[in-house]
Design a protein. Structure first.
Length: 194
């Protein structure tokens, strides 16, 4: 059974991303060709994708912390101290969900995050590269700083590229959910989400 974060990713968050993809089709049509407004929609889609993926990762991290604290049982103020330590300086609260921040934040839980994710699916390193490209575009859009050297040699964002990033995020989200479930099961001998 998946986490609540995964369920939210595949329902509510997915529906929002579907809406902007449908807006692209409404404005630009389904056939290839130049459309004036589609660049802005592609950029909006990329920013929303990055934001929702960050939200998923933050929710999953919180869910893991909550489960670990639950296994300790009620300990009053001690529980608050432990929660603060798990959350202190959490990069997902203030920055992109990039490989470094994910490794650091989930690593605070005691997991060797990326090696475990890569071990779960050999395609994860390629997906991680897509996540890095998504975040490069997200930052370029948010800061209006389009340097082709940081954006794969172009300043034009295509729908197919954002769709590829979305697919990579979907697969990474599923891997994260599975890896963290197994990790929590291993360290607590209990089922974290059922």
């Amino acid at each position: 059974m998946p986490s609540l974060a995964w369920t939210e990713w595949t329902t509510t968050r997915s529906a929002v991303l579907d809406e902007i993809e449908e807006a692209h089709t409404s404005v630009g049509g389904a056939d290839p060709g130049r459309r004036l407004a589609t660049q802005q929609i592609n950029q909006s889609f990329a920013v929303l994708l990055a934001a929702h993926f960050q939200g998923f990762c933050r929710d999953l991290h919180t869910e893991c912390v909550d489960y670990l604290l639950q296994t300790l049982g009620p300990h009053g103020s001690f529980e608050n101290v432990v929660r603060e330590e798990f959350m202190r300086g959490r990069q997902l609260d203030r920055g992109n969900a990039h490989p470094g921040s994910l490794g650091t934040d989930f690593g605070r839980l005691g997991i060797d995050f990326w090696p475990d994710v890569d071990g779960q699916d050999a395609r994860s390193p390629a997906r991680r590269a897509h996540l890095e490209a998504l975040n490069a575009w997200r930052n370029a859009i948010a800061h209006q700083d389009f340097d082709p050297a940081r954006l794969g040699g172009t300043t034009v964002l295509r729908l197919a590229q954002v769709q590829q990033w979305r697919s990579a995020c979907n697969q990474l989200a599923r891997s994260f959910d599975r890896v963290l479930r197994q990790y929590l099961l291993d360290v607590t001998n209990g089922v974290p989400w059922t």
